[in-house]
Design a protein around this ligand. Structure first.
Ligand SMILES: Cc1cc2nc3c(=O)[nH]c(=O)nc-3n(C[C@H](O)[C@H](O)[C@H](O)COP(=O)(O)OP(=O)(O)OC[C@H]3O[C@@H](n4cnc5c(N)ncnc54)[C@H](O)[C@@H]3O)c2cc1C
Length: 234
């Protein structure tokens, strides 16, 4: 529901709405905002990787992903957002303050389909929270994330196993160059699955590179577009 008449938004909200309160807002690195909410859990409870939606305006919804779940009642959730987009969703996030109340939309958690046990995770900044949610300690997986150059040091300090690639040129360029070099590495021969997240047009190139290099069959690769050039909200 990235864009819908307000009356439809109200109907969806009455079915899936969860009251929430902002507990804390942080800036863990340039270009990123992380916030914690206390939010009533949907059926089945909150899970890391849970997809949620915020009504950032009466007719506009934007999707985000639960990165962490905690608190004594497991109703304390953390979300990490990249601020590259500068659309109404990002502007809404920039205005968040501790104590703000809102309604977020969430149903039962439907995890991403993941194949194999030693996976490759690729994404850009807006996928970092999701990758954190799925990778947990990172052991055995290969993770590469394209992020603004000035955020690399702060992000890498907290995630030493990840490869953080400074964004250069068009979205996906840094990941494409890295992938071209990495597909021949021994560690790639041991991979049996991949999860590609973020910029829609880049995901298609990355999947083609993995399949053409015979590192992975197409069925072992999961893709989830989070945004697309020329499109508002997905
Ligand atoms: C299932 C799902 C889960 C998601 N989880 C997260 C999450 O946890 N954290 C997070 O940060 N984002 C997440 N996203 C992505 C986020 O919803 C989009 O980036 C969203 O479009 C931002 O809304 P906006 O109103 O700021 O920009 P929009 O109005 O949607 O777009 C404005 C312009 O910015 C461009 N744009 C949109 N997103 C980006 C981007 N990330 N980088 C560069 N340009 C962009 C668009 O192409 C458009 O030109 C998720 C998306 C989906 C579909």
């Amino acid at each position: 529901m990235p864009q819908a008449p307000a009356v439809i938004g109200n109907l969806v909200e009455s079915a899936l709405g969860r009251p929430a309160r902002v507990l804390d807002v942080r800036r863990p690195a340039p270009g990123f905002i992380e916030w914690e909410l206390h939010a009533a859990a949907p059926p089945g409870g909150w899970r890391p990787g849970h997809e949620v939606q915020f009504r950032v305006a009466p007719t506009l919804g934007r999707r985000y992903t639960v990165r962490t779940v905690g608190g004594p009642d497991l109703e304390r959730i953390g979300i990490l957002a990249a601020t590259d987009a500068s659309g109404p969703g990002t502007e809404w996030i920039r205005r968040l303050r501790a104590g703000d109340r809102m309604t977020l939309l969430a149903g039962r958690h439907r995890p991403l389909r993941e194949t194999g046990t030693r996976r490759l995770y690729l994404g850009d900044g807006c996928a970092l929270g999701t990758i954190d949610a799925y990778v947990q300690d990172g052991a055995g997986h290969v993770v590469a994330v394209e992020v603004p150059a000035d955020s690399v040091a702060a992000l890498a300090a907290r995630r030493p196993r990840y490869h953080f690639l400074p964004a250069t040129g068009a979205p996906g360029d840094a990941l494409r160059s890295w992938l071209e070099r990495a597909v021949g590495d021994d560690v790639f021969a041991e991979l049996d699955g991949a999860v590609l997240l973020g910029h829609a047009q880049s995901l298609q190139q990355q999947r083609r590179a993995l399949v053409d290099s015979r590192n992975l069959p197409r069925r072992a690769i999961t893709t989830r577009p989070y945004w697309a050039t020329g499109k508002e909200g997905l």
